[in-house]
Design a protein around this ligand. Structure first.
Ligand code: SF4
Length: 237
């Protein structure tokens, strides 16, 4: 019987990316070895022995969905790192079963792996391109594969802390566009960094929006609205 290392399951309104404002059910996996410096969910890093059966996870999703008159028929599978080899097989099975139940499935990919058999099944892929401030390097081949193979159902997402992050991201995107004859579909979203315990970084938001406009507006700048509303440290919102 498949067991899943799940951190939490909860309903919330998407706070970031192109689906911002959309109510959905989050299935957050426990365990990540990527180690982004500015990670805002470090409590999901540690792998533990606590697991749930896939049937129990689906039952919980269905129970939450059923609490609302219009049933929330969207699930976002996130982490931690749901594509870590320890999770990927179970995540694929979970995604397949939820699809059979009629859910729209988004997968939050940390940008370190592309799992074709899973990406083919899900409805949407959010793929992280890691900026210098994260201390993590994204494999450009995986980025390009996501943008070309899954571009019609993907977004690329980058956390931006400063000008260095912005310029680095801009250069990579321009090179990627040129290389692919300016025919890439996936929107690229910049998420201004908003760290736990930090005051709302209004100046950083303004700087990033201004830089994007000055560079010809290649990106969409979308803040994390759940952090504006609930504060940057509140969980499961
Ligand atoms: S991949 Fe996600 S969970 Fe893992 S360290 Fe980076 S931001 Fe945190």
């Amino acid at each position: 019987m498949t067991r899943l290392g799940v951190h939490s399951i909860y309903r919330a309104t998407e706070g970031e990316g192109v689906f911002v404002g959309t109510p959905q059910i989050f299935v957050r996996f426990q365990g990540c070895t990527i180690g982004c410096i500015n990670c805002d969910s470090k409590e999901t890093w540690e792998f533990t022995d606590k697991t749930s059966s896939i049937e129990d996870v689906i039952a919980e999703v269905e129970e939450i969905a059923g609490q609302y008159p219009n049933r929330v028929k969207r699930v976002s599978i996130t982490g931690g790192d749901p594509l870590h080899p320890q999770h990927a097989g179970g995540v694929e099975e979970l995604a397949g079963k939820l699809k059979q139940l009629g859910y729209f499935i988004n997968i939050e990919a940390a940008g370190t792996r592309v799992v074709d058999s899973l990406f083919d099944v899900v409805d949407f892929v959010s793929f992280d391109f890691k900026t210098p401030s994260t201390g993590v390097v994204t494999n450009l081949k995986l980025l390009e594969k996501t943008m070309t193979q899954y571009g019609k159902k993907a977004q690329i997402k980058s956390v931006i802390t400063d000008k260095k992050d912005f310029e680095f991201t801009y250069d990579i995107y321009q090179n990627m566009l040129k290389k692919n004859d300016y025919k890439l579909d996936a929107p690229w979203v910049l998420t201004p960094c908003y760290e736990p315990h930090e005051e709302f970084p209004k100046d950083r938001f303004i700087d990033i929006i201004t830089m994007n406009e000055d560079f010809g507006s290649p990106f969409r700048v979308i803040g994390q609205q759940h952090k504006w509303i609930h504060g940057p440290s509140k969980r499961n919102v």
